[in-house]
Structures are given as structure tokens and as C-alpha cells.
Design a protein around this ligand. Structure first.
Ligand SMILES: CC(C)(COP(=O)(O)OP(=O)(O)OC[C@H]1O[C@@H](n2cnc3c(N)ncnc32)[C@H](O)[C@@H]1OP(=O)(O)O)[C@@H](O)C(=O)NCCC(=O)NCCS
Length: 179
């Protein structure tokens, strides 16, 4: 693999500092899929497949952020990827579609560092509100609450687990101040 620096956040519509399409971010999709494969419990069916990820990156406003095992946002080719975030913006609102850190790198502040980067880059792009949706029993809720996300809606029984149990979905919002 060629040693080329990768930016922390890229987006498909050219509003940011890098414009790209799936054809020229294959290495990064590999990194995202490696994290995806190890991060989401199969019970909940939350992981996306490669096609879903690459197709999403064709849509205007879609971007992703990577974080390395050492917390770097400027990953070199040899550096392991610890986590990623995938987001889609429409006008001044953005949704956090996927967010994960591999289990072996958890509990070291990388999730918080990645979310800090996500929020900072959203603010730079003029995003006013950041949304996400999570299942009720996800411990990640503690992380989101710590960043100021508030629950603004509940979809009862929205998630169905592999064992057939139903879990509510919580819609959460973070108002992003402009300064
Ligand atoms: C959520 C996730 C990204 C957190 O990554 P992380 O690198 O462990 O997060 P951090 O180390 O930065 O933790 C930051 C804070 O979040 C909270 N937190 C994160 N994961 C937690 C967990 N499993 N249980 C309880 N609190 C948790 C804690 O408050 C923690 O602060 P503390 O260390 O001072 O207690 C990671 O657990 C993950 O990938 N989970 C599986 C995928 C997933 O569910 N993603 C969210 C979909 S909505």
C-alpha cells in the first residue's frame, strides 16, 4: 500500500477540504470495514456491509472521519485504524450514521476524541444540529450524554435483535453553537 497521508474527514460533495468518490478512497473503505467487522455485536444487526458504505459515500454531504490507534487523525498507511465515524449532512443538519472504535482500543478516550473531531468539523461546515439514533441499551449513550446530546424522540420497538427482542430507538440531538 502506498504511504499517503489520509485526512481525518472527507466528504463527497466537495464542501470540505477534500473531494473524493469511492473509487479513490478504497484504502479508507478497507479501514472502515475492518473497524466495522470487529465493533458491532451481531445481535443487533447494526453493521453495514461494504456496498452500503461505498454507496453512501456517493451521496452528497456524506463524509467520514477516521482515528488511528494513537489518536491521530492523519493516518499513515502502516498505522492501525482504531475507529471511524460516518456522517451525512443536509443543509445545516447532520446525522451521525455510524460510530465505532474497535474493542481493543476502547476505554482510552479515542471515542471521545473522534466525537470531538466530528463536532469540530461539523461546526466548521456550518452545521447547527447533529442527530443520531441509538438503541436504548447501548452504553455509548453515556458518551453522547457527556457531549451534550439530548433525547428528542423515542421509537418504541424500532430495533429487533437476532433473538427477536424489541428495543426502542432513541433519537438524540446536539445543538452546535457557532462559536
Ligand atoms: C461507543 C464507542 C465508540 C466508545 O468508544 P471508546 O473509545 O471506548 O470511548 P471513550 O474511551 O472515549 O469513552 C468516553 C466515555 O464514554 C463513556 N463510555 C464509552 N463506552 C462505554 C461503555 N461501553 N460503557 C460505559 N460507558 C462508556 C464513558 O463515559 C467514557 O468516559 P470515561 O472513560 O471517563 O468513563 C465504543 O464502545 C463502540 O465502538 N461501541 C460499539 C459500536 C457502537 O455501539 N457505536 C455507537 C452506535 S450509536
Amino acid at each position: 500500500m502506498a504511504a499517503r497521508p489520509m485526512r481525518a474527514c472527507r466528504q463527497a460533495d466537495g464542501r470540505g477540504d477534500v473531494t473524493f468518490g469511492p473509487a479513490d478512497c478504497g484504502d479508507d473503505i478497507d479501514r472502515i470495514m475492518d473497524v466495522m467487522a470487529g465493533s458491532f455485536a451481531p445481535e443487533y444487526g447494526e453493521a453495514w456491509n461494504r456496498r452500503q458504505v461505498s454507496d453512501s459515500l456517493l451521496l452528497p454531504g456524506t463524509r467520514y472521519c477516521l482515528i488511528g490507534a494513537d489518536g491521530s487523525h492523519e493516518l499513515q498507511s502502516e498505522e492501525p485504524t482504531a475507529g471511524f465515524a460516518l456522517l451525512r449532512a443536509i443543509f445545516d443538519e447532520e446525522e451521525l450514521l455510524l460510530f465505532a472504535v474497535l474493542p481493543q482500543y476502547r476505554g482510552k478516550g479515542l471515542g471521545a476524541a473522534l466525537l470531538t473531531e466530528v463536532i469540530a468539523s461539523a461546526r466548521t461546515r456550518g452545521i447547527q444540529r447533529l442527530f443520531l439514533e441509538m438503541r436504548t441499551n447501548n452504553p455509548a449513550g453515556k458518551l453522547y450524554t457527556g457531549f451534550g446530546f439530548k433525547t428528542i424522540g423515542v421509537r418504541p420497538g424500532y430495533y429487533r435483535t437476532a433473538s427477536g427482542a424489541r428495543l426502542d430507538a432513541l433519537s438524540q440531538e446536539l445543538i452546535i453553537a457557532s462559536n
